[in-house]
Design a protein around this ligand. Structure first.
Ligand SMILES: NC(=O)C1=CN([C@@H]2O[C@H](COP(=O)(O)OP(=O)(O)OC[C@H]3O[C@@H](n4cnc5c(N)ncnc54)[C@H](O)[C@@H]3O)[C@@H](O)[C@H]2O)[C@@H](O)CC1
Ligand SMILES: Nc1ncnc2c1ncn2[C@@H]1O[C@H](COP(=O)(O)OP(=O)(O)O)[C@@H](O)[C@H]1O
Ligand SMILES: [K+]
Length: 540
């Protein structure tokens, strides 16, 4: 797992590294070398380096110096003369570089800048890094819009300029990079909001030899989880099991209005490896589900007049629930009063429970000031996984806005810390999904935008249920299994997009490629472990 840091955590890390004997000036030299090596790999004849006032600009000046010494034709654009750069570290390297065989352009007009961009094979964006905040001021807004308009090939240093490294929010003008060379550790904003779209490919320069030791001494906003981190959680199917011991799931879901959600969640749980999946659905739609899923038993539960779970549902469901390794409740269920009763009954039981979709909306309706103010509703002995998307999460915390990864992590942590339970997980879904436990935040590989299709969340909750059910002996590692399930879901997105075209994927396509996605994740994990490299790529 790779640490993902907040801006403040990066500052603390740099201070610690300095205490260990590597100065910030040395780190700047190493950062510049790293950027230069990435630029060199693209064999540019002519490189344009756009430098800002701060240390991000300093990294750019160092890279310019190295590239010119290696024979590239290097132009540097700076808003002020090197002698007037306010950051002492950056001023030092700027003066040094300006004395070498590098063409320096101070405060060019837009037209002059456009000409310079057009004449170069590669642009290095060292305008703004972690020090950027607030509204983007001239001349950088002009530089960035010119750069994006021309569509030059761009390497951004640390973060794309104009992107807030903490929130992932972008300024009106923000560099659209092909590659972002981030220093020491990725910043959380690179995964949040507009970060993934504007950063392009992300590579991290560790810069410091003993980074692994020092980085453990600062808090981590999150950890990025690769398939290789899942190698311990992927086990071959043992021969001496039966359908029950393999892992059983009860899916409590569906209504006359939304029978499909129950079908998709149940089928996904089975495809993700559960040996025995049962659906408990209102009798209004039970037959429909039976017909669609011949391999899955369906228990018909008394409905209300609108075809949702009725008043008698709670006792019937709570009686059968303990027979299963995991219960998944919510998809397509509606928030009728019978459903609210079902959710509260299941919360009172000890069975490991996943609450998704309408079960979360029932929870939200059942607590007036937000679920973080009424944690007693969630306190239980059995494990609990909540899988809200941003809107559901916002409803759970009484309407506080949740609109990006960072706010989703914060809202999830508020709920978890209020409950104080290490037996609970919030899987906060979004373009980048976070698996949030009381003491750790995992960020699995995000899927493609093809996943933004109705029913995709039902597929995810089914995959989570299937994976968790088959791992029942290892409940201590639910965050890791949650991350594994999210990764598999992401890979269904890649595999389905490769088959169907990225715009045409619908949720049922994702179910059909769960097996393929499980195999892709396993191949990547095993290849990386055995040093063969990640040969199996995401459906390419
Ligand atoms: N501190 C360190 O030890 C290291 C820092 N490094 C680099 O240093 C960067 C951080 O450097 P700084 O803290 O100097 O910050 P930056 O260089 O990211 O930005 C600070 C400068 O940007 C200007 N600025 C801020 N907001 C602006 C806005 N809205 N419009 C226009 N200008 C704005 C400020 O006036 C200031 O001069 C990192 O991103 C990284 O690239 C690396 O050299 C590695 C070592
Ligand atoms: N732009 C995107 N890129 C990648 N994944 C996405 C994107 N938008 C949504 N997703 C994923 O798709 C799923 C959608 O779930 P959800 O909103 O619950 O759908 P539904 O309620 O229709 O089933 C989540 O797993 C989410 O992480
Ligand atoms: K930058």
């Amino acid at each position: 797992m790779k640490p993902v840091l907040s801006t403040e955590e990066v500052r603390r890390l740099e201070d610690l590294i300095e205490k260990e004997g590597t100065s910030k000036a040395e780190l700047m030299e190493l950062a510049g070398e790293f950027v230069a090596s990435l630029a060199e790999a693209r064999s540019p004849k002519s490189v344009l380096v756009l430098c800002g006032f701060g240390n991000n600009g300093g990294d750019g000046w160092v890279a310019a110096d190295i590239l010119s010494q290696k024979g590239s034709d290097v132009h540097v654009v700076t808003p002020v003369d090197p002698d007037e750069i306010p950051s002492a570290l950056a001023r030092h390297v700027a003066r040094r570089t300006a004395g070498r065989d590098v063409a320096v352009h101070v405060g060019p007009s837009r037209d002059e800048l456009v000409e310079l961009i057009e004449q170069s094979d590669l642009v290095i964006d060292a305008i703004l890094g972690t020090g950027f905040h607030g509204e983007l001021r001239p001349p950088f807004n002009i530089w960035i819009s010119a750069l994006n308009e021309i569509g030059a090939s761009v390497i951004s240093v640390d973060v794309p300029s104009g992107l807030d490294s903490e929130t992932g929010e972008r300024a009106e003008a923000c560099v659209r990079a092909d590659l972002t060379a981030t220093m020491l550790a990725p910043k959380i904003g690179l995964y949040s909001g507009d970060g993934p779209e504007f950063a392009g490919e992300l590579v991290c320069g560790e810069l410091y030899d003993n980074l692994d030791e020092v980085i453990g001494e600062v808090d981590h906003a999150a950890e990025f989880v690769d398939p290789v981190d899942m190698a311990d959680f992927i086990e071959p199917l043992p021969g001496n099991i039966d359908k029950y011991s393999r892992g059983s799931v009860l899916v409590v879901a569906g209504s006359a209005m939304y029978p499909g959600a129950a079908m998709m969640a149940a089928k996904s749980a089975a495809r993700a490896g559960a040996g025995y999946v049962t659906v408990a659905a209102p009798d209004s739609c039970a037959n429909l589900i039976r017909l669609a899923l011949p391999s899955i038993p369906v228990v018909a539960i008394p409905s209300d007049s609108r075809g949702s779970f009725g008043a008698a549902a709670r006792s019937v469901i709570c009686e059968i629930a303990p027979k299963y390794d995991v219960v998944l409740c919510g998809p397509g269920m509606t928030t009728a009063s019978g459903c609210m009763q079902v959710v509260s009954g299941l919360l009172e039981s000890d069975v490991p429970l996943i609450l998704d979709a309408d079960a979360l909306n029932c929870l939200g309706r059942g607590s007036i000031d937000g679920i973080d103010k009424t944690p007693e509703l969630l306190r239980r002995n059995g494990a609990l996984i909540l899988t809200p998307h941003h809107r559901e999460l916002s409803r759970l915390v009484a309407g506080d806005p949740v609109h990006d990864l960072r706010s989703a992590i914060e809202a999830s942590q508020r709920i978890l810390w209020a409950c104080g339970s290490d037996n609970m997980l919030v899987i906060a879904k979004g373009p980048t999904t976070a698996v949030v436990g009381v003491d750790k935040v995992l960020i699995p590989t995000a899927g493609p935008a093809s996943l933004a299709t109705a029913g995709s969340g039902d597929v995810l909750s089914g995959i989570i249920a299937g994976i968790v059910a088959t791992a029942h002996a290892r409940s201590d590692a639910w965050p890791e299994f949650g991350a594994y399930a999210v990764t598999v879901h992401s890979y269904t997105g890649f595999a389905a997009a490769a088959e169907m075209g990225e715009r045409s994927v619908i949720a049922t396509d994702l179910i059909d490629v769960i097996g393929q996605a499980l195999q892709l994740v396993e191949d990547e994990a095993m290849h990386a472990l055995t040093g063969l490299g990640a040969a199996a790529s995401k459906g390419e």
